[in-house]
Design a protein around this ligand. Structure first.
Ligand code: GLA
Length: 379
């Protein structure tokens, strides 16, 4: 591809030929995602409004004649090999962190009844790793749809999403909900996906908000998985105290009257955030701005859910001071990315750079994103 920039698709297919000495059976793509609003609601059976972005992971794959699965990450220049027996015995947790996603999703798909053959898999991506844009769901879902096709397993999107979730929670150790996997699978160009985690129904909502820009703080929280699990446990405890199946069934009055301290704060975030998602979806359908809802979501995540950090708060403040209509942290928090709506990357980049330098923080990465189609086969 002389003269053209390498894309994940060209990288995956060229590196596959180098590694295997043959062409892949196909190329499968799964995008990252930005969650517009509805944070930490998925495992509480609430609502969220994410969109798939124009950054993706591409997998080149081909069946092998033996029972080995060999995976190469071009981003990390790292190769991992496991037998299907090791994978079935849940050996993936003995592998280095990145390989838990491909091996974990194969383990979950085999458990769901897929007859997975030996495979060569080459992975290339331009989703920032560990940045809150679901690089892990992009990886596991790209592998899952490749395996689903090659093994003719016939798993539905919901089953594939669950396999991705099981890989993340049972093998990689983050007890996540289903938002990332469903956003990656159900995204559509120009739209966000309104997901109801109680019914698992999805609805495409057109996104006409002007420029969408990600600010990647590059901060990685040392114990994000532990802090995430603590939040989830607190929500489940709050629901038990209120006598409801999940916080989806709780009202703000119940939360304020019957809970105290930390549980009240955690539950108040979840209940008010569900309300903001409903309002945001209605605004989008009517062509109205949602900036204030994004700002309120960030404040709730900072004050009540306590998952923000100084770098994310600064990114949000600088975006709002540079012409954005709204901004908030996106994803689990504890570092990672913020999303800004209504200002261009050019509007933001100089102000972010100056403010982060003055605060003594590492330089953030600022880039535009566009809502794109969800995961699928490329070739
Ligand atoms: C991570 C998890 C998701 C979701 C978000 C927070 O991205 O993987 O399931 O809980 O955090 O909204």
């Amino acid at each position: 591809m002389a003269g053209q920039a390498a894309t994940p698709a060209t990288t995956a297919s060229e590196r596959f030929r180098d590694l295997v000495g043959a062409a892949p059976e196909g190329l499968w793509r799964a995008p990252g995602r930005v969650n517009l609003i509805g944070e930490h609601t998925d495992y509480n059976f609430g609502l969220a409004l994410p969109f798939a972005i124009d950054r993706a992971t591409v997998v080149a794959a081909r069946r092998r004649q033996d029972n080995l699965v060999r995976a190469l990450s071009c981003t990390l220049e790292s190769q991992a090999i496991a037998s299907l027996d090791d994978i079935a015995g849940k050996a993936p947790s003995y592998f280095e962190p990145w390989a838990r996603f491909p091996f974990g999703v194969i383990w979950a798909m085999a458990r769901a009844g897929a007859a997975v053959p030996g495979l060569d898999i080459v992975i290339a991506s331009d989703v920032p790793i560990g940045g809150g844009l679901s690089s892990s769901a992009a990886l596991s879902i790209a592998v899952a749809i490749a395996v689903n096709d090659i093994a003719a397993a016939g798993l539905s999107k919901a089953e594939i999403a669950r396999a991705g979730q099981q890989a993340e929670s049972e093998v990689a150790g983050l007890p996540c909900g289903l938002m990332d996997q469903l956003a990656v699978l159900e995204g559509q160009a120009g739209a966000a996906v309104l997901i109801d985690f109680l019914s698992l129904q999805t609805e495409q909502v057109p996104l006409g908000l002007g420029p969408l820009v990600v600010i990647n703080t590059r901060v990685e929280h040392a114990n994000a998985a532990g802090a995430y699990a603590d939040r989830r446990n607190a929500c489940e405890e709050a629901a038990r105290e209120l006598g409801v199946p999940s916080l989806r069934q709780a009202t703000l009055e119940q939360v304020e009257d019957k809970l105290a301290g930390e549980l009240r704060k955690r539950a108040r975030h979840v209940v008010t955030e569900d309300g903001r998602v409903v309002e945001a979806a209605a605004c989008l359908r009517n062509g109205q701005p949602i900036g204030d809802l994004l700002v309120a979501s960030h404040a709730s995540l900072r004050n009540d859910y306590e998952v923000s950090c100084a770098e994310l708060d600064l990114a949000v403040d600088v975006a709002l001071g540079s012409g954005a209509d709204g901004a908030r942290l996106t994803g689990a928090g504890f570092g990672g990315c913020a999303i800004s709506v209504g200002a261009t990357a050019e509007d933001l980049v100089t102000a972010m750079s100056g403010a982060f330098a003055r605060a003594g923080f590492p330089q953030p990465e600022v880039f535009a994103v566009a809502p794109t189609d969800g995961a699928g086969r490329l070739a």
